[in-house]
Design a protein around this ligand. Structure first.
Ligand code: ADP
Ligand code: ZN
Length: 438
């Protein structure tokens, strides 16, 4: 490893667009042939009247069947395996945020490639073997734990597998071990900072922290900037999903201009979720991914349900791997309130512009007198509840700003810091208590 190179895998990271297409075409053909070991895909190919020989170029990916989360549930647990189980060495299960869990199998080669992917990302944001990397993800089925663990070890850093929660201990480790980089879900970073404040710990003065990898849940640019300011570090957006291996699928480079999705590992498509036709670059659609290097469980055109758009295919960092915008959320995170489509991230974006507010918020949807309503509870950064006039004005300003963004007037409730629930994993931002009329 050349410590000075900005690239860990220059032979892949600096490929031109033509070279990427060529590599993808080769890997796609091999993947499709390999999928013929899976009865699910055999049947799909039969139904669609196609054979692996029909797939020659990257664009031929559009001839292939989609795969959905439901397909993974229907074939639970091992129906999507493309190799015998004795060749698999680990399984992961998605966290089940939106329903029953699904199982993802890995061979040793899959795990090796995954570690390479994660290491590549961490290297890209300037981490080197001298760094000390602390992971505050839950270990176990959640891929954010072991995924970052093996990736950080592959890079050669000293790793601190602190796992989730126990903020006092996290902070002690950071100080004692000279932690320079932390991986955490964004909602947990803000919690960690609050505990630091309570303990009189200033991350700039009392720690060596300089890099954060934040991801696993949607967050706004405003939230990222807040995190960077609070902690005095650079915070890089990290995208992962269990079905694609876990963390490592897409990551921001030092330009912080979108997530580079690694096209030597995946074919990236953005489609209209209704027509399933590709949308032009710049337009929002559903992210669809095809794995190109997976042995145990290759997936063709997997519908992630995440909504995003293509920002570009070149970057001042020298990488031409497609850049995607931060995720708007999943199609199933979308709230439909009185016919208006709203994503939690839109609310967050507005709340984060008010310095009087802390970072935790909760959106509750209710039906009152046959009308659907939204209540936004948000914690105050400091207590000034005795200043009623000031609170009232703040409430009005937030309500107006939210209305401008979502076109509906929510009820805003300002609450004291520490009163809203905090989760150790992915934050729960929306509680839907509406009556369902059939
Ligand atoms: P589950 O699907 O049960 O939550 P995963 O841990 O596999 O389990 O989560 C993957 C999902 O997490 C992605 O499909 C996406 O919705 C979300 N996600 C992961 N990273 C990010 C990120 N950086 N920004 C926004 N959403 C993210
Ligand atoms: Zn870049």
């Amino acid at each position: 490893m050349d410590n000075k190179s900005p690239y860990l895998h220059p032979q892949y990271e600096t490929l031109s667009r033509e070279e990427i297409s060529k590599l993808q075409a080769e890997r796609l053909q091999a993947t499709v042939r390999h999928c013929m070991n899976v009865p699910f895909y055999q049947q799909k190919f039969k139904d669609m009247g196609i054979t692996p020989d029909d797939i020659k170029t990257v664009d031929d990916v559009r001839k292939l069947p989609f795969t959905t989360k439901q397909d993974l549930r229907d074939t639970y647990p091992f129906g999507m395996a493309a190799v015998p189980l004795r060749d698999c060495v680990r399984l992961h299960s998605s966290s089940g945020t939106t329903g029953n869990p699904t199982v993802i199998l890995h061979t040793q080669k899959d795990l090796d490639e995954w570690a390479n992917q994660v290491a590549r990302n961490l290297w890209m944001v300037g981490l080197r073997p001298d760094d000390v990397f602390q992971n505050s993800s839950g270990y176990g089925m959640f891929t954010g734990g072991l995924g970052f663990q093996y990736g950080a070890e592959r890079l050669g850093m000293l790793t601190v597998p602190a796992a989730a929660g126990n903020s006092l201990r996290q902070i002690k480790f950071m100080k004692d071990f000279g932690t320079t980089a932390v991986h955490a879900v964004p909602s947990y970073v803000t919690r960690l900072y609050e505990v630091m404040q309570e303990q009189g710990v200033d991350p700039r003065r009392d720690t060596k922290l300089r890099v954060l990898a934040i991801g696993a849940e949607p967050h706004s640019e405003e939230q990222r900037q807040r995190i960077e300011q609070m902690m005095g570090v650079k915070a890089y957006n990290s995208f992962g999903m269990s079905e694609m291996c876990g963390p490592g699928v897409g990551f921001e480079c030092p330009e912080q201009n979108g997530l580079h999705f690694w096209e030597d590992y995946y074919i990236v498509e953005i489609v209209n979720p209704e027509t399933l036709e590709p949308v032009p670059d710049g337009e929002i659609g559903e992210l669809v991914l095809t794995t190109l290097c997976r042995e145990a469980m290759p997936l063709l055109r997997y519908r992630t349900r995440d909504l995003t758009r293509v920002l570009g295919r070149s970057c001042p960092c020298g990488r031409n791997h497609v850049r995607l915008d931060r995720m708007r959320g999943r199609s199933d995170d979308m709230m439909v309130l009185r016919g208006v489509n709203i994503f939690p991230i839109q609310i967050e974006k507005i709340l984060m512009t008010f310095p009087e507010l802390a970072n935790n918020y909760l959106i509750t949807l209710t039906t009152d007198d046959d009308n659907d309503n939204m209540t936004v509870e948000v914690e105050l950064a400091e207590m000034f509840t005795d200043d009623f006039g000031r609170l009232q004005k703040l409430n009005k300003d937030i309500t107006r700003a939210l209305k401008d963004e979502i076109l509906l007037t929510p009820r805003v409730k300002l609450v004291a810091k520490g009163t809203l629930p905090v989760s150790e994993g992915k934050a729960v931002r929306v509680v839907d208590k509406r009556k369902v009329y059939q």
